[in-house]
Design a protein around this ligand. Sequence first.
Ligand code: APR
Length: 245
Amino acid sequence: MQEDRLDTVRGWVQEARHIAVLTGAGVSAESGVPTFRDAQTGYWAQFRAEDMATEEGFRAHPERVWNWYQHRRQLMEGVAPNAGHLALAAFQAAHPGRLTLITQNVDGLHQRAGSTGVLCVHGDLFANRWLDTPRNCCHIDDAVAGSPPHCDRCGNRLRPGVVWFGEMLPLAVFEAAERAAQDCELMLVAGTAGAVYPAAGLARQARAAGARVVVVNPAPSELDDAADAVLRGTSATLLPQLLQA
Ligand code: APR
C-alpha cells in the first residue's frame, strides 16, 4: 500500500540527521519544463542528444544548438518553481544543515524556490563559457552578438555552461555531492530516470554506504532496484507530503 509506504518514508525523513536529495528533470515537469526521456514530451523524443548535447554536435551546427539553448532559456522566463521545489526549500529553511540538494537540472528552479547550497552537477543553463580555452583576447563581456556570440578577434565562440555528454562534471561540485551521498542516512531520488552516470551512481553510493534510498517517480526508473522504497507519484504531490515540517 502506497499510503503505508508514505508513512514509513515520512518516519525515515524525521529520523535522518542528514538527508541528501538527488533531483532530475521530472521535478521541473510540473512547472512546464520538458524532461529529456519521457516518451512524446521529452526533448530526446524530438532531438538527438548527440546533436544537441555534445561538443561535436555544437561544433557541427553551432547556430542550431545555440538557438535551442536560447529557446530553453526563454522558456524559463515564463515558468515558476512548483510545490516540489518549494517543499525542499522550506525543509532546508526549517532544518538548517540537514538537507543537501544535488540536482542534475540546469534550470535554476531550485534556487528560485529558495534552496541554498544547491549542487548543480550538470552546470547552469544561464551561464556561458568559451568553447575553446580562452585566449588572451577573449573576455566574455567582449563577445560580439551573433548566434552564438563570438570573439571578433580570434573567432572563439560562446557555449552554454552546461555539462554535455562525454564531458567532465564540475569536480568540486561532484566531490561535494559524493560526500553528501556517503554521509547521508537517507537519500531521496526524485524525478530522474537514473540513466545518466556518474550522477545516477550517487544513489548507489548512498545505498552502499548504508543510507536508505527512496525513489519518487510516477514511472519506473533505472534506480528502482537500488531503492528501499519506491513511491509512485509526482514530485509536486509527494515531496510536500514527505517533507512537511
Ligand atoms: N514528478 C516526478 N518525476 C517525474 C515527473 C513528475 N511530475 N514527470 C516525469 N517524471 C520522471 C520520469 O518518469 C523520468 O523518470 O522524471 C524522469 C525524467 O527523466 P529524464 O528525462 O531522463 O531526466 P533526468 O533523469 O534528469 O536526465 C538526466 O540527462 O540528457 C541529460 O543532462 C540531461 O541532466 C539530464 C540527464
